[in-house]
Every structure is written in structure tokens, then in C-alpha cells.
Unconditional design. Structure first.
Length: 195
């Protein structure tokens, strides 16, 4: 019995060290549920609120599974707002620090050219808002041939903000063979994604 530890999931030393440095000593409830499923490459739909530790529940498995040697993006995290993109990007960078995981954020009202050149360099994980992600996909500045993981964060917010068509169009660009994790505070979103 007893409380679960991050080490129980078979997470490597580098990520464990980062979690320790962040003061994440024990998994939260959503992390307990999601981490093993995500590490096992299964698709999952999660209802959880902000503040539950949901970012790390996908950030930890992503940072663990990313192949450092591969320069092209392996994961896409779609979020509804710029603020959330920056925050998720920072959380992932912190968790992946000792594995030298490179996260790139892309969102509107920021330089397209700069994002384009960042996407050309090593970018393991792309965190972005739907409009700008779609722009990069259409212009061919976001290569997706190595993409294996899609995370839809705050999917209900993306639906409320009218991003459904853009999200569907984005999914149309992605490899069919991939893992998809969908997070939402509420669950009126089942029609959003055709997995
Ligand atoms: P989130 O729900 O992802 O916005 O996370 C809420 C807050 O909890 C953030 O400030 C995280 O840094 C923090 N947090 C996430 N996981 C843990 C954990 N296992 N232990 C302590 N704090 C955590």
C-alpha cells in the first residue's frame, strides 16, 4: 500500500531529478491516472480542472518518451490561448531540463518568421494555438512526418472559442498512427475529435 511515487512508473533518472527540483515529490490524482496510460501509448480522454496537475500528467510522459536525437517535432500540444501556450511550454521545458528537451511555442501576434526558424532547428515538442499552428502547417514550416503525440489541452475552451474547424483541419495534416490525449474541464466535446 502507501502512496505512489514517480519512480514507480519507471520514469528515468533525468526526469525524476527535474521533478524533484520542481518540488513534485508525489503524483497528483490526475497524474496517478494518466501517467501509466500515457506511457503505455494509449489514447485517453481526461476530465480535469486547472490546478490538478494536468500539465505534468502529459508533460512527464512526453518528456520521458521523446527521442532526443530526432530533430523534427514528435509532439504537438494544442491549447486555446497564448498565455497557456507559454505556461505549458515552460512547464515542459522544466520537466525535460535534464533530457535537454526542446519545446517551441507558436501563437498569433508574434513573429511568424522567428517561429519558422525555431521550428527548423531542433524542436521536440510544439505547443501552440490552433490558428498559428494551422498557418505553419499550410505553409510547410512545421514538419509533421515524425509526429507521434497529439495533446488537446482545455479542449472545451477550444470548442467555446470556435476553434473546432481549425482543430479538425490540423488533425487532417497529422499522421494517423499516433497517440492522442484529450484534456477538458467539462465533457461536451466528444464530437470535437474523430480519433
Ligand atoms: P496545472 O493543473 O497543470 O496547472 O498545475 C497546477 C500546479 O500544480 C502548478 O503550479 C504545478 O507546478 C503544480 N504541480 C503539478 N504537479 C505537481 C506535483 N506532483 N506536486 C506538486 N505540485 C505539482
Amino acid at each position: 500500500m502507501g502512496k505512489k511515487e514517480f519512480a514507480d512508473y519507471g520514469i528515468g533518472e533525468d526526469v525524476l531529478k527535474a521533478l524533484n527540483g520542481l518540488g513534485y515529490f508525489q503524483p497528483t490524482k490526475v497524474q496517478e491516472e494518466v501517467i501509466p496510460v500515457a506511457l503505455a501509448d494509449m489514447d485517453v480522454i481526461v476530465t480535469s480542472q486547472t490546478g490538478s496537475g494536468k500539465t505534468a500528467s502529459f508533460g512527464i510522459p512526453l518528456c520521458e518518451k521523446i527521442l532526443w536525437e530526432e530533430n523534427r517535432p514528435q509532439a504537438l500540444v494544442l491549447v486555446p490561448t497564448r498565455e497557456l501556450a507559454l505556461q505549458v511550454n515552460e512547464d515542459i521545458a522544466n520537466i525535460g531540463r535534464f533530457r535537454r528537451i526542446k519545446a517551441t511555442s507558436v501563437f498569433g501576434k508574434a513573429s511568424f518568421e522567428r517561429q519558422k526558424s525555431e521550428l527548423k532547428q531542433k524542436s521536440h515538442i510544439v505547443v501552440g494555438t490552433p490558428g498559428r499552428v494551422l498557418d505553419h502547417l499550410k505553409k510547410g514550416t512545421f514538419p509533421v512526418d515524425k509526429l507521434e503525440y497529439l495533446i488537446l489541452d482545455e479542449a472545451d475552451e477550444m470548442l467555446n472559442m470556435g476553434f473546432i474547424d481549425q482543430v479538425e483541419e490540423i488533425i487532417g495534416f497529422l499522421p494517423k498512427e499516433r497517440q492522442t490525449l484529450l484534456f477538458s474541464a467539462t465533457m461536451p466535446v466528444l464530437s470535437l475529435i474523430h480519433i
